[in-house]
Design a protein around this ligand. Sequence first.
Ligand code: ATP
Ligand code: MG
Length: 453
Amino acid sequence: MKQAAVLKQKQLSLLRRKHVLLGQQPHIKYVPHSKQSQFHAAGAESKERLFLAGNRCGKTFCGAFEMVVHLTGFYPPWWCGKRYDKPIQGWAASITAEMTRDIVQRTYLDFIHPDLIVRKTMRKGVSDALDVLHVRHISGGTSVLGFKSFDQGREKFQGTSRHFIHLDEEPDMAIYEECLMRTLDVGGSLILTMTPLKGMTDVCAHYMEGSDPHRAIVQATWDDALHLESAEKDKLRSSLRPHELEAREKGIPSLGRGKVYTVKEADITCEPFELPPTYRHAFGMDFGWSNPTAVVWGALDPETDILYLYDSYARSEQTPAQHAASIHTRGEWIPGVCDPAGQSQSQHDGKSLMEVYSQQGLYLTQADNGVEAGLMAVLERMRTGRLKVFNTLEGWWQEFRLYRRDENGRIVKRSDHLMDATRYLVMSGLPLARPAPAARKTAPVRKRDWTTL
Ligand SMILES: Nc1ncnc2c1ncn2[C@@H]1O[C@H](COP(=O)(O)OP(=O)(O)OP(=O)(O)O)[C@@H](O)[C@H]1O
Ligand SMILES: [Mg+2]
C-alpha cells in the first residue's frame, strides 16, 4: 500500500516535469507542423475531427500525441485544443489487431513515459497486443485507454461512454457512428486520422458534404509534412501508381464521377508575385449566410490574357456591411460580378442584396450564371495556361480539390462557393476588369488560412 503511494508520488512529480512526454525513446520529440497544430486547435470547438492526409504526413503521430496529453493531463504550453481536467476513459483503434498493436500502440508507448504506466492488461490471442492501459493523470487519478480494432465489428464498440476516441485509418460508417455515440453523453471527442484509400466513402462524405461547426476537417499533403525530405518524397512518388498519387500524397479521396476541372494542380498553380500596374483587376462573388459568402480576386495580364487568381475570401454568418468592409481592404476601386440571385434576393426591408452592397460602396454587376458554359470557360482557361492560381489561396485549393460531379454527372453543391465565384469572374468579370489607380499599389499578397477565413 505504502509502496503504491510512493509510486504515485513519483509519477506525479514526473508528470509535473516538462520532459515527461519524451517517452521511452529519447529521439521522440513532437513539434507539430502547421496542419497538425490546426488539427489540435480545432478540438477546442469541434467534437468530431478528421485529419485527412497523404501517407507519412504525421497523422498517427499527431493523433497519438493528442491522446497522450489527454490521458496524462499534461498539456504543453503551446496547446490550444480541447482540454480535460480529469482523468479520461479513451479508446484507440485501427483496422486490425496487428495494426493497432504495431502502429497505434507502438506510437502511444513512444510518447508515454514508462513510469507513468500504472497497469497494463494484454489482449488475448494476439501476442504483445495491449487490451487496456492505465496511465497516471496529473490530478492524481488514473486514465484508462482501451485498444480495439475495426475487424472486431461494431458490437465490440458498444457499451460505455468514452471521453476521447482515436480511430487511426478508416472504419466503416457503422463503427464510426457507434464510436460517436459513445462520446455524446460525456461531452467527449472523436478524432479520425486517415489516408482516403477507399475513395469517397460515407465517412469522407460525412465530413465533406455538410457543414457543421462541431465537425472539422484538416487536410494535409506531403508539402505540409516538413519532416519529409525531398528525396524521400521523390522515392515515395516513384513507387506509387498514378491513380494512387492523389490519395497517398495529397489525401484526396477519388471522387466518383470525377473532378470537374480535370487538370493537374501543377499546371495551374503559381508562386505569388507583385502584380504589375498594367494588370486589370476584378472580383467574382457568391452570396451565402450559413454557407459562406465567397469572393475571388483576379488580375488579368492584358498582354498574355492570363488571369491570375491572387486572393480569396470566404466567411459565414456576417452581414453585408462586414463582408463589404473585408472586400474594400483589397481595393475599393475593384469592380465585381456576382451571383445574379443577388438581384432578386429580397432583404426584410425589400432591398435586394445587390442594392445593399451597392450602398456599401461595392461596384457589383450580375454575372452570367450559365453553369456548364461557365465551367467550360474556366476549364478552357486552365487547359490553355490562361488561368493561374497563387499557391497561397488555401481555401480556394481546398474547394478545387473536392469540386466534383456525382454519379449522374451533376455538380455536387457543397463547399463550392469559391468555385462559383471563380466561374462568375471568368464568365462576366474580365470585360469589366480595370488596372489599379496610378497612385495606389495592387492588393498585397496575403497568406491566408482556410480555417480562419
Ligand atoms: N511533427 C513532426 N515532427 C517530426 N517528425 C514527425 C512529425 N510528425 C510525424 N513525424 C514523423 O513522420 C513519420 C510518419 O508519421 P506517422 O506515422 O504519424 O505518419 P502517417 O501519416 O500516420 O503515415 P501512414 O500513412 O504510414 O499511416 C514518423 O516517423 C514520425 O516520426
Ligand atoms: Mg499512420
